[in-house]
Design a protein around this ligand. Structure first.
Ligand SMILES: [Zn+2]
Length: 184
């Protein structure tokens, strides 16, 4: 009895997480990776979700964004990435231990829930964000992998900044570097 209860709970958590990912317009393969649900179950879930909330969500197909450089290309996006990375740190989304599986460093239901919490808080701080949920997933993976991006402290205000790992210059946040994006 206990075992089937546990299994039911685990399944319930997976489905809840999948729905939360769908609300953030995650790609099917991202949902599969983080929840462990099969494509078939995800499709059925999409169908029932879309019937209940028509026009509420866009289903994206195709590839997820995959370039770490996206986060450091413009001051505006770099600032957004830094806000999101701070929330990841607060909520323990990025693992601190060394990552073994480079392609899929961090998925898992509990971590997925924290990722959603961090992204939902991020959207409250940055209402018209350039960073989408799929970008947030990429940022978690890139920070866990640590090959192209790293977290640094601004040398002036000590705020957390997402920086290019190869960039050896003094780390400055956008505000302290005087690079406030006029479009921001
Ligand atoms: Zn600063």
């Amino acid at each position: 009895m206990r075992i089937s209860d546990d299994r039911y709970t685990r399944d319930r958590l997976r489905l809840d997480l999948a729905l939360r990912f769908m609300r953030h317009e995650a790609r099917t393969h991202t949902i599969r990776k983080w929840t462990g649900l099969t494509d078939d179950r995800i499709r059925k879930l999409y169908r029932s979700y879309l019937t209940r909330a028509p026009g509420q969500v866009a289903r994206h197909r195709g590839k997820s964004p995959g370039q770490a450089s996206f986060f450091v290309r413009s001051p505006r996006v770099q600032q957004e990435a830094s806000v999101l990375a701070s929330l990841f740190s607060l909520l323990g989304v990025v693992p601190s231990n060394v990552v073994v599986d480079h392609d899929h460093p961090v998925p898992g239901v509990a971590r997925g829930e924290r990722l959603c919490q961090a992204f939902e808080a991020f959207l409250m701080f940055v209402p018209r964000a350039h960073i989408t949920f799929e970008h947030a997933v990429l940022l978690v993976n890139e920070l866990a992998r640590g090959e192209e991006l790293r977290l640094g402290d601004c040398s002036v205000c000590e705020g957390l900044v997402v920086v290019d790992k190869l960039d050896v210059r003094d780390v400055r946040c956008i505000r302290c570097a005087g690079l406030q994006d006029p479009r921001a």
